[in-house]
Design a protein around this ligand. Structure first.
Ligand code: HEC
Ligand code: HEC
Ligand code: HEC
Ligand code: HEC
Ligand code: HEC
Ligand code: HEC
Ligand code: HEC
Length: 456
């Protein structure tokens, strides 16, 4: 038994306090309390987004009630160091000609839907008053999100001196399939920034954006870095050397085929030219890679943030990922190493299943061409490609009652404190699946209660 038990215990304690906080969560809307604004009547704060390192937040005023936009910068020449044609980027719909089944399944997945233009259809939260409002922790400082002339906008209503009573910011993109929530991005010239408002799926309400975002402020200057877009998209033309400047007319949204299969232009051309050849040419199948290389295809985005060593969007499946990204594989908690990716690879690699088998990869349990979320029984069947019910210590008691529930006890979901959204004194955090496959006595006891009396 080589699992790092001490680490696990530490983590459970840490998480437990987070769970207690969430229990205190009462709902989204809190009655507004009227107090006089104590803020001195002066400035609208301006912060230069380019001064900010990736996901590093500089000190901000400790008071609330301020607004920040990125400073204007002059336009850039987009003779980018990276030529998307050389990367062989092909949008998913062009694969449908020969792989219609795969494309049909894929467009239902979270990968396909993880970044979209913000429209009435893609934005999941309610856009009608009063449900579209957030009462922030600063009285007289509220957001609403609505559709105005076919555009989604955030509106700040403020009673702060020095800040316009109504301030409207058009939203360009919705990030997130909505499994857990959505965040939003807005253009300021050619700079792409995160907005202060997010939609929280589990609570089914609007809230402040999670992370280090301060409740009661309107910070529109937080940069959407190339790493942020890299994990949620196939391609954005990024102005070299900038933090968050992009060619507004040149992008492929969502995580699509080429991010896992590599350059595909030559593959398409070849098979169009030689339709009789059923032998695949010029394409990567992760199934044919070594275990490390196969897992790295997913680790581009499922191993925490890491640090880019080469431009975003240029990694080619089959190559050693470390040439592109310096990753932290020592994940002692799912959310270790921001941003919010639950670091599924780092956690999986700590499991006995990984350490004592030669073959375990993400593909053993996930089919990227199908929407399979929520099908616990299906995932539990996949455990049984390597295990039998009889391998489980509880099988003498429960036998077949366990067969469809392996993942509930051995891969529990947990609240992720790194993605806490603070709303008028309340905290909301998403439930993320822990990929350390192990024995979790506290969780097991709860499920055992549900299973009822042991089988004779
Ligand atoms: C003009 C037809 C055509 C188009 C368009 C096409 N493919 Fe293929 N693809 C094939 C053929 C033929 C094969 C080999 C038979 C098979 O596996 O279906 C293949 C096989 C594959 C394989 C399996 C490779 C292997 O080694 O097992 C992958 C992965 C793949 N294609 C991905 C894609 C992606 C991604 C796209 C879109 C960017 C795409 N294909 C577009 C014809 C095409
Ligand atoms: C380019 C980045 C990227 C790559 C590569 C990538 N993913 Fe993801 N994946 C994401 C993002 C972002 C999400 C969250 C999508 C959302 O819900 O908005 C996600 C979500 C998922 C989900 C949750 C889907 C659901 O609905 O429950 C699974 C499972 C998953 N990825 C597995 C994989 C596997 C397996 C691989 C490798 C074969 C992989 N991913 C490769 C970025 C990526
Ligand atoms: C290292 C890759 C990575 C980076 C960088 C990243 N994300 Fe994510 N994001 C993910 C993954 C993976 C998930 C799925 C949650 C999980 O299970 O880990 C996700 C989930 C989300 C979700 C919830 C989607 C849902 O409904 O499931 C939102 C919203 C989101 N990300 C927004 C952003 C924004 C905005 C940025 C940049 C400012 C960003 N992310 C940066 C990988 C990344
Ligand atoms: C998140 C990563 C990911 C995305 C996105 C993705 N694939 Fe795949 N694909 C894989 C993996 C991993 C395998 C190997 C799976 C296996 O063998 O179980 C694979 C296998 C395939 C195969 C070979 C299947 C076989 O039976 O040999 C084809 C064809 C394919 N993908 C086409 C596509 C097309 C077309 C798209 C886009 C519409 C796409 N894939 C999107 C990861 C991905
Ligand atoms: C690729 C094969 C493979 C898959 C798939 C797999 N495991 Fe394992 N698992 C193993 C191996 C090998 C061991 C080590 C067994 C040993 O040492 O006797 C193991 C060990 C375990 C242990 C003991 C853990 C510990 O800390 O002692 C549990 C529990 C477990 N697996 C549950 C699962 C569950 C639940 C699933 C599905 C979610 C799963 N496994 C999927 C191969 C696998
Ligand atoms: C109700 C919760 C629960 C369910 C459901 C469950 N397990 Fe377990 N499992 C446990 C607990 C608790 C242990 C440790 C018990 C012990 O060692 O006596 C365990 C132990 C194990 C072990 C390690 C045994 C060893 O000797 O190291 C494996 C492997 C395992 N389970 C696999 C599975 C598989 C496969 C399934 C689904 C068919 C499953 N479990 C379903 C709770 C569960
Ligand atoms: C032994 C099985 C197994 C393996 C291996 C595995 N996963 Fe999962 N994964 C699951 C299960 C079970 C879920 C929960 C699915 C659900 O709730 O619908 C899940 C959920 C996810 C989610 C969604 C998380 C959330 O809470 O929303 C992501 C992302 C993900 N897996 C990525 C990966 C990646 C990347 C790998 C490889 C590093 C991987 N998984 C390997 C079983 C596995």
């Amino acid at each position: 038994m080589t699992l790092p038990q001490a680490v696990i215990r530490k983590w459970i304690l840490f998480r437990l306090s987070a769970v207690l906080t969430i229990l205190a969560m009462a709902g989204c809307q809190k009655a507004a309390t009227e107090i006089e604004s104590q803020r001195e009547p002066d400035r609208i704060l301006q912060v230069h987004a380019a001064d900010w390192g990736e996901f590093v937040f500089q000190e901000k005023p400790s008071t609330t009630g301020w607004v920040a936009f990125p400073a204007d910068v002059t336009a850039t020449d987009y003779t980018s160091a990276v030529d998307p044609r050389a990367l062989g980027i092909v949008p998913a719909k062009e694969c449908a000609e020969c792989h219609a089944e795969f494309v049909r399944g894929f467009i239902e997945t979270a990968h396909a839907r993880t970044m979209r233009r913000a429209t009435r259809e893609s934005v999941l939260g309610d856009l009608t008053a009063p449900h579209n409002r957030i009462q922030t922790g600063r009285p007289g400082f509220e957001f609403e999100t609505l559709e105005v002339a076919s555009h989604i906008v955030h509106r700040l209503h403020s009673r702060e001196p020095g800040i316009p009573a109504v301030l409207e910011v058009p939203v360009a993109f919705a990030v997130g399939s909505g499994n857990h929530g959505q965040s939003f991005l807005a253009w300021h010239g050619d700079q792409l920034c995160q907005t202060p408002v997010s939609f929280l799926t589990e609570a089914n309400c609007w809230g402040n954006s999670p992370g280090t975002y301060v409740d009661g402020t309107a910070d529109f200057s937080r940069p959407a870095t190339s790493r942020c877009l890299d994990c949620h998209n196939t391609w954005f033309a990024h102005a070299p050397g900038s933090v968050n400047r992009y060619d507004k007319g040149h992008f492929v949204m969502g995580v699509s085929c080429v991010r896992c299969h590599g350059a595909a232009r030559d593959h398409v051309r070849y098979h169009q030219q030689f339709p009789a050849d059923r032998q695949a040419q010029a394409i990567i199948n992760p199934r044919g890679l070594s275990r490390d290389r196969a897992n790295e295809v997913c680790a581009q985005c499922h191993s925490g943030g890491g640090e880019l060593r080469r431009p975003a969007f240029t990694y080619q499946p089959g190559e050693p990922l470390e040439k592109w990204i310096a990753l932290n594989m020592q994940a002692d908690a799912p959310s270790n190493d921001d941003p919010h990716s639950a670091n599924q690879l780092g956690r999986m690699m700590r499991s006995a299943c990984y350490q004592r088998s030669e073959t375990l990869t993400c593909m053993d349990c996930h089919d990227p061409h199908r929407q399979e979320r929520g099908r616990t029984e299906l995932f539990s069947e996949r455990c049984q490609n390597c295990h039998q019910v009889a391998d489980c210590g509880l099988s003498v008691k429960y036998n077949d009652k366990l067969s469809q529930r392996c993942v509930e006890c051995h891969m529990p979901s947990r609240r992720d404190v790194e993605v806490t959204s603070r709303n008028a004194g309340e905290s909301v955090m998403p439930l993320l699946r822990d990929h350390l496959i192990g024995i979790w006595p506290d969780v097991s006891r709860t499920i055992e209660n549900e299973l009822g009396a042991p089988q004779p």
